[in-house]
Design a protein around this ligand. Sequence first.
Ligand code: GLY
Length: 605
Amino acid sequence: MLSRAAAFIPLGLLSIMIPFSEALPHPMSEFNQPPEPGQIPVYQPKAVVTRNGMVSAAHPLAARIGVAILRQGGNAVDAMVAVQMALNVVEPQSSGIGGGCFILFYDAAQRRVYCLDGREEVPAGARRSDFLNAQGRVVEDDLTGGAAVGVPGTPAAMWEAHRRWGKLSWQTVLEPAIRLAEDGIGITPRLRQSIGLNRSRFLRFPTSRRIFLKPDGSVPEIGEVLRQHDLARTLRLLSQHGPAVFYEGEIARDIVRTVQNAPYRPGKLSLDDLKRYRVVEREPIRFSYRGQEIVSVPPPSSGGLTLGLMLGILEQSPIASCRPGSVEEADLLARAGAASFADRNAYLGDQDWNPDIPMRRLLDPDYVQERAKIALSHKPGKPFEPGLLIEGRFQASENPREGQHTTHFSIVDAQRNVIACTTTIEHGMGCAVVVENRGFLLNNELTDFDLDRESGPNALDPTPRPRRTALDAPESVGGKRPRSSMTPVIVFKNGEPYITVGSPGGVQIIGIVGQVLVNLLDHKMDMQQAINAPRLSSRNGPAGLEVLYPQRRQLVRELEQRGWQIEPLQPLFDTWGSAHGIRIRSDGTLEGGADPRREGAVRGW
Ligand code: GLY
């Protein structure tokens, strides 16, 4: 529900200085210049440094809530749940209880990394034909409506992490988000842009229109107050009853009714699908880069393996000696990105449905070396072939429907427990359907399946099966999970946690995280510089370049002269990801960066 801004709530957007921060010297000033006027609303030139705990997230209020939980004696997992629930309120377009997530948690006491897969699943009744028109092609507006909804995983994943590792009560960590939803939040420039871009979708669904648009159907102004009473009540129920109320109780019934009766493209999600949903604990992906161990998530996310291959190729290149932002560096990034995406597109999907995914072979040092040789001698302009050339069912395909949305946050607590969590409802505002009476948006994650194909590692396969690769409950039956690009990362130096980072951005996520790591580990930037630096995205098609700084125009020309096809992309809020990271420095302090491309903020104490 929207109201006139009787009291405009000033958001951290306009006050990004952190009281407890100390300034860092910046030997590299190239990426610390302000952007051209009007391009980026917030610009934070320096990393934030604090000592005890830190949260970097896509919205200042979410980061602030996370730190408040840490200061109350909560650990990184408690803060994670509080931040996720707060993001549902302040950044409803990107993630929430209607979506899915991947969690990496470093448990300092056990010196062990856990990976929880809270990815959405295909409902048993969903069929690829739900997405096809009379000519057998994927319908144009496949992103909208109940048919695109996968079984949400985020409430179960947050609960599971909290049950196993949290310190404060579940009620305590949900309380700040409930209060925020009740009290209301100011509409930020990015939220307004996102509501505006989705206005015509919201107009199809009375439940969504009522929350996000004004009574006359127009888009609310920046600074108007958005109160979300239904969402507050839903979070209160979740707080009182845990996930059973979501997966089997009254919220489940409202989800199913909303999906099945959606006025546009209704879906087949059932009570059985919700009841069967299980979080899956998986073995993380591990590889090394420049002597540091990088840990990330395995399939159904393509993130960890593709990042491993990309960085493995770059490790054998002269990228460390290239000037950041130079044509030489961009050329190497484009090669490594394209070569690793050729394999990603061909081989990766849900490992429970594809036990023959060549996970080990893709990161085998001999294979990476061979791939690097091919990548570094490749003639730009021609796509890479997948390297393993496996006969039969593996076919190269990039799914053109993957969105650029999602959100990522990073947390480090006083005990040096670490969280990297990437979380999503897929496209901006998900499927655009708000659950009746419940105030939260549902995902459209089924569009991350390769809907153009009947078979293959990422084809929509509705048959429920026992899991093959879960660490905790291998006997549990589940639905196939669509391939993700989410790439939360924790880096270890001499066995100690060193960096936590990740980004949204759909298929661009993997390259964004790779570039941030190159900036940190090769170019020795601090976390904020590494995040600020202009981006390139190369996925075995035209290379995308972020048009952010004037020097990029020259770079486009130089890359074209080398034979690369370039697709310059404008910096809309959600075009170029939003990386949020923290580094644990050798003196024990925490150095945080947040992305100016959205409305990111670091808070610490
Ligand atoms: N929804 C974005 C991803 O899974 O990569």
